[in-house]
Ligand binder design. Structure first.
Ligand code: COA
Length: 196
């Protein structure tokens, strides 16, 4: 019991403090990768508008997620010279499952390996934490994103009719089982909200 509690505390601490900002080179370009803060929300909303023409996640959704410092990790990829937000990704972590809650790459930066790199980073992190399954939902008609997820080992789950109520669009669950993950994960402490 004590061991499980210690694991649980260590997990929360790892999520809260374990991500240090660092440069990352993707396809020959170097970016800064760091945790998203509330100051990034306006740029994240602009990025959403550029990608979707809309903001599927409003300011409050980002704010609420960013408060879950010990159970969720939101990262931004920034162009160092200009400070432009090129992409962001978010995930929430439970004992044995992590959930990609959001990912978007600015249209100007798409097809350069950024989406794949950010997904791989979350998969690696999940594996390190002993997580066994990474899941997400994606619009049924978003074949490009699905193609990325399948290439990373995700398989199709059930279809959720009218999951995106505003657009009346269907979603499909996808998940990948992580090989080599250990079963040392601590107790479940996080309710994810699935909105990718
Ligand atoms: C989906 C998304 C995150 C992918 O990011 P990205 O940086 O453009 O993707 P990458 O360059 O890493 O490409 C990875 C793979 O995605 C797939 N893919 C991405 N965009 C594609 C496109 N326009 N056409 C075909 N395949 C595409 C391909 O399988 C690609 O692999 P390949 O280059 O070996 O063919 C990005 O396009 C995006 O933000 N889209 C809009 C928002 C969105 O759909 N988010 C996901 C919600 S679940």
């Amino acid at each position: 019991m004590f061991r499980r509690f210690k694991d649980w505390l260590a997990r929360r601490q790892a999520i809260r403090d374990g991500f240090l900002p660092h440069p990352i080179t993707i396809n020959g370009a170097t970016y800064s990768l760091r945790r998203m803060t509330e100051a990034d929300i306006p740029a994240a909303l602009d990025l959403e508008r550029a990608v979707y023409g809309d903001t599927p996640w409003e300011k409050m959704a980002f704010m609420s997620e960013l408060q879950k410092k010990s159970t969720a990790l939101y990262l931004v990829l920034v162009v160092p010279e200009s400070g432009q937000l090129a992409a962001f990704i978010g995930a929430s972590f439970r004992r044995l499952e992590s959930h990609i809650t959001n990912i978007a790459v600015h249209p100007q930066f798409q097809r350069q390996g950024i989406g794949r790199t950010l997904m791989e980073l979350m998969l690696d992190r999940s594996k390190t934490m002993g997580i066994q399954v990474v899941s997400l939902e994606v619009r049924l008609d978003n074949v490009h994103a699905q193609s990325l997820y399948r290439s990373l080992g995700f398989v199709d789950g059930r279809v959720r009719r009218n999951y995106y109520t505003r657009e009346r669009a269907d979603a499909i669950d996808m998940a990948v089982k992580l090989s080599g993950s250990t079963d040392k994960a601590p107790i479940n402490d996080c309710d994810h909200n699935a909105t990718v």
